[in-house]
Ligand binder design. Structure first.
Ligand code: GLV
Ligand code: MG
Length: 326
C-alpha cells in the first residue's frame, strides 16, 4: 500500500441522478417525489439561451419552496466558455439557500476550470455566511477533460464526483454514435473462421476506455464515478445493460433523463441481498478472528484477504445507508 491514501469525499447515495430542466418548473414537484437519490436542476444544455435567466429564477425559487426531502440537490451551471456561467454561480450560490448541496460543472477541461469556480464559490460562501460547504460534480465530456481527468479529479477539496457525459464526449472526440450512450453495431470483432467457414461478430463497448479511465481517476481521489445518460428512454433493456457494465467497472450510479429510468438505476446500483449477506459474514468472520487473536481470517474454508474485507465494509456501509433511506 502506498503511503498516500485517497481521502474519501462526503458520502452520499448517488445511485440515480435525475436530470430536470430548470426551464420546466412543472416537473419539479414530480421530481421531488420520485425515488431518485440525487437531482440536478439544469441551466445548461436542456435550457435554450433565451430561457436561461428565467430558469435561474425558477431554480432558486424551487430550492426554497419545493420539499425535496432527503435528496441530494445539485444545479448544473453553464460551461466556463459561456457568459452565463458567472451569473449562474453568483445567483444560485448567493440566493439558493442551504438546500443546495452541489454544483455540477459541465465540459470541465482543465484543473484551472475547477479552480476558477472554486474561487467564486469560496468567496460567495464567505460573503453570505453559508453554513454548508458546496461540493462539485464534474462532467467529463470532452477530449480535453478526458486528457486532464486526473488533475481535474484532484483540483479541489470540494470535488465529490466525476460523471461521464457520453453525448458531448462523442461530439468532442468525433466518435461515431447511433444513440446517446448506446453501442455502435459496427464496433466489434470478427472471430476467426470455424471449420465450416462461419464467423461470429461480437459487439464491443465503445465507451469502455472512457468509463474505466474515469473510474480510476475518481477512485484514486476518493470521488464517486457516475455514468451519464442513456438517451433511448423507451429501451429499458438497453439502459440496464449499459448501467450494469458501468456498475461492474466501479460506477456508483447513473443518470436518469426520464423518470422511467429511475427504478432501473436504483435496482442496478443497489447491492444484491446475497452480496450484502456474504459481506456481513466476512465482517463477522473478521471480528471473530480478531477476538480470538487469530492472524488470518477464514470463511467457508477459504482465507479472506484485506482487500475483500475492505470491499465488504464498503458494501455493508452502502446497504445500511440505503436501508436507512427506506
Ligand atoms: C451530458 O451532459 C452529456 O453530454 O452526455
Ligand atoms: Mg453534455
Amino acid at each position: 500500500m502506498s503511503f498516500t491514501v485517497p481521502e474519501p469525499c462526503v458520502s452520499r447515495l448517488n445511485r440515480c441522478e435525475l436530470a430536470v430542466p430548470g426551464s420546466s418548473p412543472h416537473m419539479f414537484e414530480k421530481a421531488a417525489k420520485s425515488d431518485a437519490d440525487a437531482i440536478f436542476l439544469d441551466l445548461e444544455d436542456a435550457v435554450a439561451p433565451n430561457d436561461k435567466a428565467q430558469a435561474r429564477k425558477n431554480i432558486i425559487e424551487a430550492l426554497h419552496d419545493v420539499d425535496w426531502g432527503d435528496k441530494v440537490m445539485s444545479v448544473r451551471i453553464n460551461g466556463l466558455d459561456t457568459h452565463y456561467m458567472y451569473r449562474d454561480v453568483v445567483d444560485v450560490v448567493e440566493k439558493g439557500g442551504e438546500r443546495l448541496d452541489l454544483i455540477m460543472i459541465p465540459k470541465v477541461g482543465t484543473a484551472s476550470d475547477v479552480y476558477a469556480v472554486d474561487m467564486l464559490v469560496t468567496q460567495i460562501e464567505a460573503a453570505t455566511g453559508r453554513k454548508k460547504k458546496i461540493g462539485f460534480e464534474h462532467i467529463i465530456e470532452t477530449a480535453l477533460g478526458m486528457q486532464n481527468i486526473h488533475e481535474i479529479a484532484a483540483a479541489s477539496k470540494r470535488n465529490e464526483s466525476l460523471h461521464f457525459g457520453v453525448a458531448d464526449y462523442a461530439a468532442s472526440t468525433k466518435a461515431r454514435t447511433t444513440s446517446i450512450g448506446g453501442p455502435n453495431p459496427l464496433y466489434g470483432v470478427l472471430t476467426d473462421p470455424a471449420e465450416d467457414g462461419s464467423r461470429d461478430f461480437h459487439w464491443g463497448d465503445m465507451w469502455h476506455y472512457a468509463i474505466a479511465r474515469m473510474v480510476v481517476a475518481a477512485r484514486a481521489n476518493g470521488l464517486r464515478p457516475i455514468d451519464g445518460p442513456f438517451g433511448d428512454f423507451s429501451d429499458p433493456d438497453g439502459y440496464i445493460a449499459h448501467g450494469n457494465r458501468a456498475a461492474i467497472l466501479g460506477c456508483e450510479g447513473k443518470w436518469a433523463i426520464h423518470p422511467k429510468q429511475i427504478p432501473l438505476a436504483n435496482d442496478i446500483f443497489t447491492p444484491a441481498e446475497a452480496e450484502v449477506a456474504k459481506a456481513r459474514r466476512i465482517l463477522e468472520a473478521m471480528e471473530k478472528a480478531q477476538a480470538e487473536g487469530a492472524g488470518a481470517v477464514a470463511l467457508d474454508g477459504r482465507l479472506i484477504d484485506i482487500a475483500s474485507i475492505k470491499q465488504a465494509e464498503a458494501l455493508v456501509n452502502q446497504a445500511d445507508i440505503i436501508a436507512a433511506r427506506g
